[in-house]
Design a protein around this ligand. Sequence first.
Ligand code: SF4
Length: 329
Amino acid sequence: MVVNETLKREREDPHSRAVKIKERALALGFHKVGIARAEPLPDERARLEEWLRRGLHATMHWMARDIERRTDPRQLLPAARSVIAVALNYYTPHVHADDPTQGKISRYAWGDDYHLVIEEKLRTLLSWMQSEWPGTQGKICVDAQPAMDKAWAVRAGLGWIGKHSNLITREYGSWVFLGELILDLELEPDAPFAEDHCGTCTLCLEACPTGAIVEPRVVDAGRCISYATIELRAEEIPDEVARNLDGWLFGCDVCQDVCPWNRFEQPTDEEHFAPRSGQTSLPLAEVIEMDHETYAERFRHSAIKRAKLSGLKRTARALLAGDRDSPER
Ligand code: SF4
């Protein structure tokens, strides 16, 4: 039986199988899907090692672990032959608050946690494949697994990496979440996205409030507002970042907001990404006073939990202190 199933899988045409999978992925709500060969990523590995060598990962020590697994899909699925890369548009036509009593939240965290949304869709896709081609093995990757999302998206032809280091698609700009499904199926790969459509533009480098984009496609996490407000576990935000928080309580969208490619943004049809309670920011005084019970209830299944309540309070304090010290207010 197992032998027959394996033979059936091997006999199928990799092209028609790829077409079927893409149709299914789009029907599940993904906005873009592409396929790459499951190969090691030597160039990406060299760039990652150089970034780590320069200490630009700040306190994100986990980035230095699992380099082998990050850069070789066969370390995640030994029989890997193909990687399906998917993108989900998360843009909604709301704007950030312009009120110093509010802390701005990055767009990606306005709605439900994208990890859960993408994982569920990829799980459904994998189950469907396993019914079509019994015996198929797959490994789902959504950020938490050590896979290089952006590198796979480029290899699968979804877009290019902008100078702000986010993936940009022609159709949706950079407001996309990424995920992968590593498979032991042979599939016809797409052509990698070879062009760089940033050209001579440097708007994101100039706009970054803390100068964190130290050169095209190289971000110094230690200076990045997103890192400071989400990942940094220190008691206080370093002065040079705290002075330039620009109203951000969780994450930062400045480099994407200024990007001309985001004029192609279009509202998503994925309802999970609509701002919870219509909120794109949180009152700072409310954050300072928030207890654990309220926090857990309010941010259940939200990416905001990554910062923890202590992190939100710390950033709220820094924003309020900055507002007090600002001569303009
Ligand atoms: S702002 Fe300009 S340089 Fe930066 S990612 Fe967008 S197009 Fe590229």
